[in-house]
Design a protein around this ligand. Structure first.
Ligand SMILES: Nc1ncnc2c1ncn2[C@@H]1O[C@H](COP(=O)(O)OP(=O)(O)OP(=O)(O)O)[C@@H](O)[C@H]1O
Ligand SMILES: [Mg+2]
Length: 641
């Protein structure tokens, strides 16, 4: 069993790749690595031999499917980070997922889908999908069974796929890459998702994981994962009465998340979270692309934005400009053959850049001020501000963050790319029976208030019809018991109490509960019905039990004592619980649907593999034969046995 933690990113997903996390390898290597790279994990086994260490240090830096990053420079026994592009592409012969999808994106942009994390759990009519996500894709977004999906050309035919299927395919690719690297099967994972993911999005990603044959041990909020990675390795945390408060700020490709976390010996407690779902690198990229496209209209008399291929070329150039400007005050832009055989060039100063992206930068302070306010802390009580996410490398982003934390050092002790995935991997190790991980409790919270609603009982016209059961900031996991007085079956609906606070127009509906077979109590009065609602570790709401409670008076005959008069029988009150049959439903897909999607995915996966294997054999045969000895022919699915 491998221990796998994944940071599901909108641009790249990251998976810490360390053979140390594969038990077969642990037996030889972890004693060395655990002290330097994963100090929270301890497995005491054999010492490695020199040749084993040498073998596992020699990593190539790049594969065709993904990038390997080296997060800890110069250190021996490095852990590595697999960074896998969040793209799925369809084509005439096969699908391409991850880096291969990026390679062919410019020539196949109508069939290459990114932003999977943003589309999951949404409907095509969501305002965010219509007004924002649509502007970041060239693929046709359509409705597929009530959720947003895509219409693409695959194997020469027009086909439709839901986002759940696309994410399933993508997670399947991550599974293949990781198991190939670790040389061990991967089934159980911990997945870091945005703290702003709602119940419907969390359920959708669990369904998508099932489509890929993966079991999610835990969905962990990304800021919480970062905090876990930060805290579990610290041996100098204070006592619980005087905790250390750290603010984590993650500015990524498409969103900003932040959390205030209190650390004390052996535990972390999330005190508040906040976010802006539309701040990040992709908005900066777009501002740059629009700027240069406008400039090139007069400079070269070309309309770059009217030509998707030219737009991709310009975007690649702008990405370089953005990164150069993080470390320099001026950056050149050179795009060869952008369109009409024109080589375009320009430059930008950091001052111009910061003016251009002011709209993005100006959104940064609000969630930071919010999280500080919600945590109830003053600035003086904050011990550290830790930055993660690719965009915190931008000096102007740091300057904006600094406006909320004047005079405080902004710290980057965590690796910006690796932090979330590393925390998720620790969470995975904590849940694994194979690893012994330092005891460290995680107290996480729920970002949105959840209410339940019901119809008034006719017998009680003054009864309320709704109640906020899990307020914002409620701990997870958490169980609450709701009490109703009813003499017939009834329903409860669970919804987010403040839909306007959810990410752009997402469906606030969570679940419906129906209690069946309820009648009056033995005295003919309304029955007292208790319903157990639970927020689980993934941040999902479920209804776990329903029962009636009846208070019965039972007579107890006291023991007779020799020589004393017989005492009168005592009455004792006993609570009698009787289960109430109930059903409840959520937005999770039906098991049979998941099963059929899994079969469909397995077929497509096998077909992709066949194409790749065939191509490999074909090229190997050519290399060996020295001429095109075509012994293998690519066949479409209709020709396969
Ligand atoms: N040196 C740099 N300067 C400027 N921007 C950078 C730099 N390095 C990375 N980025 C940008 O950071 C973004 C990627 O960050 P990150 O990997 O945290 O995103 P993500 O996790 O995929 O996205 P999200 O968390 O929003 O889903 C990209 O827009 C990338 O261009
Ligand atoms: Mg991220």
């Amino acid at each position: 069993m491998a221990v796998v933690g994944i940071d599901f990113g909108s641009l790249h997903s990251k998976v810490p790749y360390s053979d140390t996390l594969c038990p077969t390898f642990i037996a030889n290597f972890l004693p060395v690595v655990s002290r330097s790279v994963w100090p929270g994990i301890a497995v005491s086994t054999l010492s490695p031999t020199k040749s084993q260490i040498a073998k596992h240090r020699a990593y190539p830096s790049h594969s065709s499917d993904f990038c390997r990053l080296y997060p800890r420079h110069e250190r021996s026994n490095q852990s590595l980070l697999l960074s896998i592009r969040s793209l799925v592409a369809f084509g005439p012969k096969q699908r391409a997922i991850g880096e291969p999808a990026k390679t062919q994106e410019t020539s196949n942009f109508r069939n290459t889908i990114g932003g999977l994390k943003r589309l999951l759990g949404r409907t095509v009519s969501d305002p965010d999908v219509q007004n924002i996500e649509k502007t970041f894709t060239n693929v046709t977004l359509i409705d597929v069974n009530g959720t947003v999906g895509v219409e693409v050309k695959h194997l020469g035919q027009t086909q439709k796929f839901s986002t759940t299927q696309l994410v399933g395919a993508y997670l399947g690719k991550l599974r293949d890459i990781v198991s190939n690297e670790l040389k061990v099967g991967v089934t159980d994972i911990v997945l870091a998702v945005p703290v702003w993911y709602t119940d419907i999005q969390r359920r959708a990603i669990i369904d998508a994981a099932s489509v890929a044959g993966l079991n999610i041990l835990r969905l962990i909020n990304d800021t919480t994962a970062t905090a876990l990675g930060y805290g579990i390795t610290k041996s100098d945390l204070p006592e619980a009465e005087n905790p250390k408060h750290v603010i984590f700020i993650d500015v990524g490709h498409s969103s900003l998340s932040t959390a205030v976390v209190a650390f004390s010996k052996g535990q972390l407690t999330v005190k508040a979270t906040a976010f802006d779902t539309n701040v990040g690198g992709r908005y900066i990229d777009r501002a740059l692309v629009n700027h240069f496209a406008e400039q090139f209209k007069t400079k070269y008399k070309i309309d770059v934005l009217s030509n998707p291929k030219a737009t991709f070329r310009l975007a690649a150039g702008c990405d370089k400009v953005k990164k150069i400007l993080s470390a320099n005050t001026e950056a050149p832009l050179n795009v060869e053959s952008i369109m009409n055989d024109i080589d375009a060039s320009s430059k930008m100063t950091r001052e111009e850049y910061e003016t251009l992206i002011a709209g993005v930068l100006d959104r940064i302070p609000a969630p930071l001020a919010q999280v500080l306010q919600d945590s109830g802390l003053t600035l003086e009580q904050v011990d550290a501000v830790e930055l993660v996410g690719g965009c915190t490398r931008i000096p102007a982003v740091r300057a904006k963050i600094q406006t909320i934390f004047p005079g405080m050092a902004l710290s980057t002790t965590l690796n910006q790319d690796e932090a979330i995935a590393r925390g998720a991997t620790f969470a995975s190790a904590m849940l694994s029976p194979v690893f012994r991980v330092r005891d460290f409790a995680i107290h996480d919270i729920q970002p949105y208030p959840i209410k339940v609603e019901w119809e008034k009982a006719p017998e009680d016209p003054d009864e309320d019809t709704e109640l906020v059961v899990f307020p914002k900031g409620n701990g997870i996991p958490s169980t609450k018991v709701l009490t109703f007085y009813r003499n017939k079956p009834f329903e409860i609906q669970a919804n987010y109490a403040e839909p306007s606070g959810l990410p752009g127009g997402i469906n606030p509906w969570i679940a419906k509960f129906t209690a069946k077979s309820i009648g009056p109590d033995p005295k003919g009065d309304l029955s007292c019905v208790k319903v157990k609602a639970r927020l689980n570790l993934h941040g999902l709401l479920s209804f776990e039990a329903a029962y009636t409670e009846e208070i019965e008076e039972r007579a107890e005959t006291p023991m007779a004592v020799d020589g004393e008069p017989e005492a009168a029988p005592k009455k004792k009150k006993v609570v009698k619980k009787t289960d109430v049959p109930f059903v409840w439903g959520s937005t999770s897909l039906d098991k049979t649907i998941v099963e059929s999607l899994r079969e469909q995915e397995a077929e497509m996966h096998a077909a992709d593999k066949l194409v790749v294997d065939t191509e490999v054999r074909f090229y190997t045969a050519r290399r060996r034969g020295g001429k095109s000895d075509v012994r293998f022919r690519l066949v479409g699915p209709q020709e396969r046995p």
